[in-house]
Design a protein around this ligand. Structure first.
Ligand code: TTP
Ligand code: MG
Length: 405
């Protein structure tokens, strides 16, 4: 008997994106219903750092409280708020239950963070009786089983589905019908497109391009001159309602690299390694923002006499996790140090790139899950506040660490 769960290649792909609303705060409200309707702020206080807001209930957001803000500032904005220390292992358990509920509608589930997931529902549409039925079924199951609100977007691609779920917040559902992509995007600000960071946004806004509708009707040549050909072409195509994956496949870069030339040639390896770590962070951030993973890692070194080498190594599996790529770069260092010459330039190259894949087994690897979650939040913070808003300690120059330590 043919299974109705089997994806049918002839059907156009439909993706559901789900994002839980004020996740940590909503979980706390379920645990303690007396908190319902109140401004609830969940904030961690990692050792050695001042506390920041992890999330705030929508009532607390009314006071201007946002993720990433210092707890001190949050207390000032809302002294009557209920401040809770996060219980991360518990949130992770809830996240695992969410994953099981999502698998009820399709076997193709990829958790994008602790409270967000992509679900390919193409093969489930007949079984459930359509997209609306799947969305409402999920919202009901999640309410019944977890007591939590969520927002759902359904569209032809992952990016569009994610944007649609953002528009559905809080506790809503937005569906972008095939062929209606351009009309849906038209009024939205350019910043909703994942990967449009503060730099590109600033440049486009200076041209008077604030919405995707304006972008789609703007002369491509002017956009290219402003933000570069690849970014301009892709954004313009996307804003015009382009949905096939063909473009993105063609645009798959061969490599992503970051390098720097020192003001003076250096032999101070602790300092060089801190710079290298920072370059690695930049590279891996760009990798994730492009929705890619890398299997090959290279360490580029130019010595004072201009002799240049790129030492390379491959990972057994592609990754977009900082820790794994950083470890590989580290393992290449002894080769770079073999020549006892001063260093003029250092760089990191990521190659053998591919698109991020489905990772249904993510939860069997708690360490990867933990890092996915941390990195998702780091990336979100960087998108809002810029790349320099957060760093791994290893990317700080040694003098800085000594000062703060
Ligand atoms: P998000 O889905 O980004 O935020 P949210 O679920 O709280 O709110 P929204 O309704 O806008 O989706 O993040 C999921 C959880 O991750 C969030 O509840 C708390 C945690 N988190 C942090 O710890 N720090 C952060 O900076 C962010 C953005 C989230
Ligand atoms: Mg959320």
């Amino acid at each position: 008997m043919p299974s109705t769960q089997c994806p049918q290649p002839s059907l156009p792909r439909r993706i559901l994106y789900i994002d839980m609303d004020a996740f940590f705060a909503s979980v706390e409200v379920v645990r303690n219903p007396a908190l319902r309707g109140k401004p609830v702020i969940v904030g961690g206080k990692p050792e050695g750092q001042r506390g920041v807001v992890s999330t705030a209930s929508y009532e607390a957001r009314g006071y201007g409280i946002r993720s990433g803000m210092s707890l001190q500032e949050a207390r000032r904005l809302c002294p009557q708020g209920i401040f809770l220390v996060g219980d991360f292992p518990y949130y992770q358990k809830v996240s695992e239950r969410l994953f099981s509920l999502l698998q009820e509608v399709s076997p193709k589930v990829q958790m994008a963070s602790v409270d967000e997931a992509y679900v390919d529902i193409t093969g489930s549409l007949r079984l459930f009786g359509g997209e609306d039925a799947i969305a409402y079924h999920l919202k009901r199951r999640i309410r019944e089983q977890l007591g939590l609100p969520c927002s759902i977007g359904i569209a032809s691609t992952r990016v569009l589905a994610k944007i649609a779920s953002g528009e559905a917040k809080p506790d809503g559902y937005v569906r972008v019908e095939p062929g209606r992509e351009r009309a849906f995007l038209e009024p939205l600000p350019i910043g909703v497109v994942p990967g449009v960071g503060p730099h590109v946004r600033g440049v486009l806004e200076a041209l008077g391009v604030h919405t995707l509708g304006r972008l789609a009707s703007y002369p491509l040549a002017v956009l290219e001159a402003a933000v570069g050909r690849a970014t301009a072409e892709w954004l313009w195509w996307f804003a015009s309602g382009g949905t096939s994956d063909v473009w993105r496949e063609r645009e798959l870069p061969k490599s992503i690299s970051r390098e720097t030339t020192f003001a003076e040639d250096l032999l101070d390896w602790p300092r060089i390694e801190a710079v290298l770590s920072s370059l690695t962070e930049r590279c891996v951030y760009a990798l994730r923002e492009a929705g890619l993973e890398a299997q090959g890692v290279g360490l580029k070194v130019r010595y004072a006499d201009f002799e240049t080498h790129c030492f390379r190594k491959a990972l057994p599996e592609p990754t977009a996790l900082d820790g794994e790529i950083h470890a590989l770069v580290q393992s290449l260092l002894p080769q770079a140090k073999r020549r006892r010459a001063r260093i003029r330039l250092i760089g990191v190259v990521l190659f053998r790139l591919q698109r991020s894949r489905y990772q249904p087994n993510l939860f069997q690897n708690p360490s990867a899950l933990k890092w996915e979650r941390v990195l998702t939040h780091m990336d979100a913070m960087r998108r809002r506040l810029g790349f320099h808003s957060i760093h791994f300690a290893r990317s700080l120059p040694p003098a800085c660490i000594a000062k703060e330590g």
